[in-house]
Design a protein around this ligand. Structure first.
Ligand code: SF4
Ligand code: SF4
Length: 498
């Protein structure tokens, strides 16, 4: 144990090279095989702890395969979607300038914000459900921060090697080889980040047009800004910030604990089975040596992307990636021990015997059932709402310049009707009005709107002065689509001022 001679100056650092003995509950010296970083107690009264670069070791196994699958799937969707076409246009395009959002055969207007809200509610319920079932599944397998960090680390490994080689390279003095390896990593990161920024902007500007503009070096200032901004965010978060985003910036890490209960599956180290930890030969009998199953190889710490030691118990820094499970299962296999020293377990089902069936059964409990009902209920309402959407949307806006005026023996009100054709075919619509005796649209009242287009039309409505009551009367515009056989009714107020 080392201690500074004076406690007056800051920062004061106290280091204690003892570890908790899980079996006896007493402190014991750190093992010679290497004290896990987070197992060493360290108190720093400075405001900020110095950041230590984490160099995770690559890992293979069931959960690593799942993560790779998720990386490939999510990135196929992200990078591929903007290049897909639908009816001779980009399949998914959020055209902010025209205020139209195309999602395959669906055209949404800003007025359809309710669907976006429903999507966000569904995403929230899904997050609640998965968190209640198996803690940070989203963080460990599908969050963009995890996904891009995985891709960036894969690139890093291609040029700089796995953990040990990277650490040696970091410590080595500058050389041609170091320059080449580091430079190649950085170049690949920058290219991928720019491509990511370009793809992101391609969701808002037609990507073929964007490509032509890039080729002609004629990108607009906003496009340049967003490509660089999104690219920089990707580069910074996945290349440098990495686990710090999860530990210090992501709010989800802070509040997800409230969604846990005694049946939530969390990545857990079985201290009862693993302790006392200690190295031994493969042939040695751990019982004879008085040891548990943990061989203290620290591989679980070395593969951890947040640099924690799961053997110290549940920690908020754990993103639930299960890399430590893969690493430890590999060690257990080599030692000839049964797997699952580190595994998914819940407070109520901590032991592995028959655990899978028991854990699945406990996944179906009131909390998860409520989340599931809310999720599927919102999804059903979302789909039903989309299916029942009118192919034409009409907004009625009163002309505020002329509330009401006499025209001969009639009273006239003027409205502006905004037609939005949500189909890929031209639309012809006939406008009529109901609600007062003798009420009629002047000048015919029909309009044509191009496919997926919108049109504003001034409409004059007159009623006989003798029949129109003073004040405001509720009337209804009736719009009939000639092609789509649809009828849309929009309420409005007819004003009479005498
Ligand atoms: S990987 Fe398994 S055996 Fe190795 S230190 Fe971690 S828990 Fe112990
Ligand atoms: S402790 Fe295990 S599950 Fe948690 S972040 Fe580290 S490697 Fe992933």
């Amino acid at each position: 144990m080392s201690q500074p001679s004076s406690l007056k100056g800051i920062p004061v650092r106290v280091e204690c090279s003892f570890q908790q003995d899980h079996a006896s509950g007493t402190a014991r010296p750190a093992s010679a095989s290497g004290t896990p970083r987070s197992a060493a107690m360290s108190f720093d009264t400075g405001l900020y702890e110095k950041h230590r670069k984490i160099q995770p070791r690559s890992v293979s196994g069931v959960f690593a395969n799942w993560r790779i699958t998720m990386v490939v799937l999510t990135q196929l969707v992200f990078y591929g979607l903007p290049w897909m076409t639908w009816n001779d246009r980009q399949a998914v395009l959020f055209d902010l300038a025209a205020r139209k959002f195309y999602v395959f055969g669906l055209l949404l207007w800003p007025q359809d914000f309710i669907f976006l809200a429903a999507l966000m509610v569904m995403a929230a319920f899904a997050l609640f459900l998965f968190t209640a079932m198996a803690e940070r599944l989203w963080c460990g397998f599908a969050c963009p921060q995890t996904v891009y960090t995985e891709i960036f680390m894969w690139i890093e490994r291609r040029f700089e090697g796995d953990r040990t080689r990277r650490m040696k390279l970091d410590a080595a003095p500058l050389s041609l080889e170091k320059l080449w390896r580091k430079g190649s990593t950085q170049s690949a990161w920058v290219l991928l980040s720019l491509w990511t920024g370009f793809t992101f902007v391609g969701y808002f500007t037609p990507i073929h047009l964007l490509s032509a503009e890039v080729a002609a070096l004629s990108l607009g200032p906003w496009e340049v800004f967003w490509v660089l901004f999104y690219g920089f965010a990707t580069y910074g978060n996945a290349g440098f910030m990495r686990e710090q985003v999860c530990k210090h910036m992501c709010p989800y890490a802070r509040f997800q604990g409230v969604m846990f209960d005694r049946d939530t599956l969390v990545v857990t180290y079985d201290a009862e089975r693993g302790e006392p930890r200690g190295s031994r030969s493969r042939k040695a009998d751990p019982q004879a040596l008085g040891l548990g199953s943990c061989v203290d190889c620290t591989l679980c710490v070395q593969v951890c992307p947040t640099g924690i030691d799961i053997r110290n118990g549940l920690q908020y820094e754990c993103i639930g990636c299960a890399a430590c499970i893969d690493a430890c299962d590999g060690v257990m296999a080599k030692m000839g021990y049964s797997s699952g020293l580190i595994r998914y377990a819940s407070v109520r089902t901590p032991r592995p015997s028959g655990a899978m069936r028991e854990m699945l059964r406990r996944s179906l409990r009131p909390r998860t059932a409520i989340y599931a009902v809310l999720l599927f209920g919102t999804a059903a309402a979302f789909v039903t709402g989309l299916a029942a959407r009118d192919p034409v949307r009409v907004d009625v806006i009163r002309d505020r310049n002329a509330l009401s005026r006499p025209v001969g023996d009639r009273i006239e009100n003027v409205y502006r009707l905004h037609f939005m054709n949500a189909t890929e075919q031209p639309g012809r619509y006939v406008i009529s009005v109901e609600g007062l005796p003798g009420l009629q649209v002047v000048d015919g009242g029909s309009v044509e709107v191009e496919p997926t287009g919108s049109r504003m039309l001034a409409v004059r409505v007159q009623a006989p002065a003798d029949f129109a009551p003073s004040g405001s009367s509720r009337i209804e515009f009736v719009v009939r689509g000639l092609e789509h056989g649809v009828e849309v009714r929009e309420p409005a107020a007819f004003l009479v001022t005498r």
